[in-house]
Design a protein around this ligand. Sequence first.
Ligand SMILES: [Zn+2]
Length: 273
Amino acid sequence: MRRLIFAVALMAAGLCPAAADTSRPVIDVHIHYSEDAWAMLPPPEAIKVLRQAGLKKAFVSSSSDDGTQLLYKAAPDLIVPVLRPYRSRGETGSWVRDASIIAHVEARLKANTYAGIGEFHAYGADADTPVMRRMVELARERKIFLHAHSDADAVERIFKQNPEAYVLWAHSGFAPIDKVRDMLARHKTLWADLAFRSDQAPGGRLDASWKKLFLDYPERFMVGTDTYTPERWHYVVEQARYSRTWLADLPPDIADNIAYRNAERLAAWALGQ
Ligand SMILES: [Zn+2]
């Protein structure tokens, strides 16, 4: 009876039991903590948000990288540091042609521990510039992944440079589902995050074609928010809840893979754990 009352109370609060359940661990692989977020959300507050979302871990990168280091120091158990090559905001479009980025990234890689390089932006032939080529080499040397906000063409160019590169494809390239399937079929070390897209589960209901894709590639997908502006931090808790809701439409082991295990494995590989 108590249980029934509790369930009714949840429904009255607009929360179906699946949506209210925070027991499924989630790793958010697409968090940024860039300069403009630091004042609005100082590190202890940012960590509080990540914990409120019930996250097991968060992959964090930032412009500049100092933001990532601040969060990592505040909660090393929670933060998986990823090195964004940008020294400040506004380098998104210019960095691939800026040779001074290379020394910056090399110095950071020497000074700190990172699971990956990214999230960076590179489209088409930009993936073949000397700066991007060096990023691919550095990732190979250090056995870390590349978090690429890229079109399929740029991802292909990365794999041409290093067929064994580990690539986390941000937003699954915002590519249509058939393209995502095609890319996963062709590259065994390509993972795809679902940040800032909702076509996999419009309104929280798992789409049938995406369900089939998740069942066919249960080890390749991850979830994330993408806090590319400070305001996006308001969605971190909601995003984890949304993910838990649609993941509940999958068999539990596959839901766990997408919720956190795939990310956990990638981080463990990169950090040598
Ligand atoms: Zn992003």
